[in-house]
Design a protein around this ligand. Structure first.
Ligand SMILES: [Zn+2]
Length: 169
């Protein structure tokens, strides 16, 4: 009897642990022979929500974040919507900084306060808009300017250069 209960328990635990495929898998195109495909780096707009000036004395000032895009060239990407990722991301976002970045890049104005997780989960358009802004928008070329020291970090082919000139280190 105990054994039966145990077996039943094991089966139910096992059944609960079968992962369900949650998201559509994307089939990758075959690489051309010899890997001739040019790898292009992409800097998602989301990244700007986590970058601050590398100059030590700027770190203590709230004006060193977010960095301000200048002469920005954007590229849009087609990425599968991942609602779970966005829901997890939401509490980690600095909404005020995102609002600033988004406005500086000419996107429609974001509301003053972030949506709640419940709002995000129940509003498909909101989810799609936020996904498009954070995950599909890439900064390809331009500069990121610190609001304190004015240093301009160059972004080329989707890669920001955070190496500082010797007098700023
Ligand atoms: Zn700075």
């Amino acid at each position: 009897m105990v054994l039966l209960v145990l077996i039943h328990f094991m089966i139910s635990v096992y059944m609960h642990h079968i992962p369900e495929p949650r998201f559509r898998r994307r089939t990758l195109p075959l690489s051309p022979p010899g890997h001739l495909e040019k790898k292009t780096a992409k800097m998602k707009l989301l990244t700007l929500n986590f970058l601050t000036c590398a100059v030590k004395t700027c770190k203590s000032s709230s004006d060193s974040f977010p960095l301000h895009p200048k002469d920005a060239e954007l590229a849009s990407d087609d990425v599968d919507v991942n609602p779970e990722l966005l829901v997890n991301l939401l509490p980690r976002l600095d909404w005020k900084a995102l609002k600033t970045t988004s406005a500086e890049l000419g996107f429609p104005q974001l509301p003053d306060s972030p949506p709640t997780i419940e709002q995000l989960q129940s509003d498909d358009k909101l989810l799609k808009d936020l996904h498009s802004l954070l995950m599909e928008t890439n900064l390809m070329e331009g500069k990121l300017v610190c609001g304190v020291c004015g240093h301009e970090y160059a972004v080329r082919e989707g890669i920001p250069n955070f190496l500082l000139p010797s007098h700023l280190v």
